[in-house]
Design a protein around this ligand. Sequence first.
Ligand code: HEC
Length: 154
Amino acid sequence: MNPSKAVALLIALIGLVSACSSASSSESDPDSEPAAGPVRDGPDDENEIPCAPRAVLQKTCQQCHARPTKNDAPFPLVRRSDILRRGRNGSTIAQLVIAQLESHAMPLAPVTMEAAARETLLSWVRAGAPGVTAMTCTETKANQESPIVDDVLH
Ligand code: HEC
C-alpha cells in the first residue's frame, strides 16, 4: 500500500470510529448521572411506601431528592421504584441509601433529621423496601416519624 493510500484509509477509519461513538453517547449520557445510572422511570408507586418511611422521605430527603431533583441531588427518592432500581456498579439505590444513612452522610446540610426518623427509614430499606397496598397517608400521619404511633392510628 502506498503512503497516501494508507493515510486516506486511516482518516476514513477515524471518521468511522468517531461517528459510532458520538451516535452511542447521544443515546445515554453517562455524565449527567454520576452517582447512579440514568434515571429510567419505574412505576409511579409512591403510594405503596408505608406512611412512616414515606413521611421521612418527603420531609427530609425530598428537599433535594425530589422529582425533578433539587440542589444537585443525583436522583429522586420519591417512588418505591426509585429506591428499588439499580444505581452505579450494579448496586441498588437501596444499598446506597443504607450506606448514606449509616454513615450519617445524608441528609446534606443544612437539612438534619432525628435519630428516630433515620431508624424508621433505615429499617424499611434494610427490610428490602417492602410495599403496602396503595394508600394515601393523611397530613397528620405524614408528619409523624414513628412507625409505632403510625400503627396505633391505623
Ligand atoms: C440538602 C440536599 C440533600 C438532602 C436533604 C439529601 N440529599 Fe442525598 N444527595 C444530595 C446531593 C447533592 C448528592 C450528590 C453528592 C453527594 O453524594 O454528596 C446526594 C447523594 C445521595 C446518594 C448517593 C450517594 C452515592 O453513593 O453516590 C444517596 C443514596 C442519597 N443522597 C440519599 C439521601 C437520603 C436517604 C436522604 C434523606 C435522608 C438524602 N439523601 C437527603 C443532596 C441531598
